[in-house]
Write a protein that binds this ligand. Structure first.
Ligand SMILES: [Zn+2]
Length: 265
């Protein structure tokens, strides 16, 4: 079972049918993990276990979505990596996407699926055709999650042809695309000045609803200029931009292998 499947199985065992019933403290307690809050320095959460009991200590941040994610992340460590103590520096899965820390990503996957199980998340997401940032924020409130965690989940459930990518002013940082987006579409290594994301990062021009954009602004492929997509973005932290691209033209999903992008990798 993958970490995500394990988390979804836990939600199913508990008979949870409504996101508001995902009581993360109670689920943790049931698994032998007592949750406490403390003003931690230098990390967001810790996990210390002895025998069949553990204590997860969470830095009280006042941002409930992040605290909930931290609790489920520590529970993920307990279920997946028992026998080790953890000091976790982040309370948002987008940060771990910039690293290759496998155990951290596994705990994040467990947390994402526990908080947003596909059986509940997919129907809520499918109420929108191309969700804008306000609608994604509504989803985040429904599931008690952060906006970034919700976006990353959106890019993993394969309900929409979407790419979620993060750039700094200098370069590409990471991206996730839903499974049926062809891997042939190769993102540019730096932000193109024609993108709305560039306008947001350099001139603070808001772009919080999906707008048409030439695919050429985003992809290195020579045939990208044949297509349009939908782009929206926001700044999760100073100097960072998070962009959501919807491949609204179904021909982009049907386009075959592009031999010319191989050498660029
Ligand atoms: Zn961790």
């Amino acid at each position: 079972m993958t970490p995500g499947e394990l988390a979804e199985a836990r939600v199913a065992e508990l008979g949870i049918r409504d996101p508001k019933d995902i009581d993360v403290e109670a689920i943790s307690y049931d698994a032998g993990v007592l949750v406490s809050y403390a003003p931690l320095a230098g990390c967001e959460a810790t996990l210390v276990g002895v025998g069949s009991q553990a204590i997860a200590t969470i830095r009280h941040s006042g941002v409930r979505g992040r605290e909930r994610f931290s609790i489920c992340h520590e529970l993920g460590h307990w279920e997946l990596h028992r026998g080790t103590s953890f000091r976790c520096r982040v309370d948002d899965p987008s940060f771990n996407l910039e690293t290759n820390a496998t155990v951290e990503r596994e705990a994040d996957e467990f947390a994402s699926n526990l908080l947003m199980p596909s059986r509940l998340f997919n129907p809520a997401l499918n109420e929108f055709q191309w969700p804008d940032l306000a609608q994604i924020y509504d989803l985040a409130r429904t599931f008690g999650t952060s906006q970034a965690a919700t976006l990353i989940r959106l890019a993993k459930v394969d309900s929409l042809p979407a790419i979620v990518a993060c750039y700094s002013r200098e370069k590409y940082l990471w991206h996730i695309s839903t499974p049926h987006v062809p891997r042939r579409w190769w993102l540019k290594g730096v932000l193109d000045p024609d993108t709305f994301a560039y306008d947001l990062l350099t001139r603070d021009i808001d772009s919080s609803v999906p707008r048409k954009q030439s695919a050429d602004a985003w992809f290195q492929n020579d045939d990208a200029d044949e297509f349009e997509l939908l782009e929206q973005c926001y700044t999760p932290a100073p100097g960072r931009v998070m962009v959501i691209l919807y491949l609204s033209d179904s021909e982009m999903c049907d386009r075959g292998f592009d031999p010319d992008v191989r050498w660029r990798r």
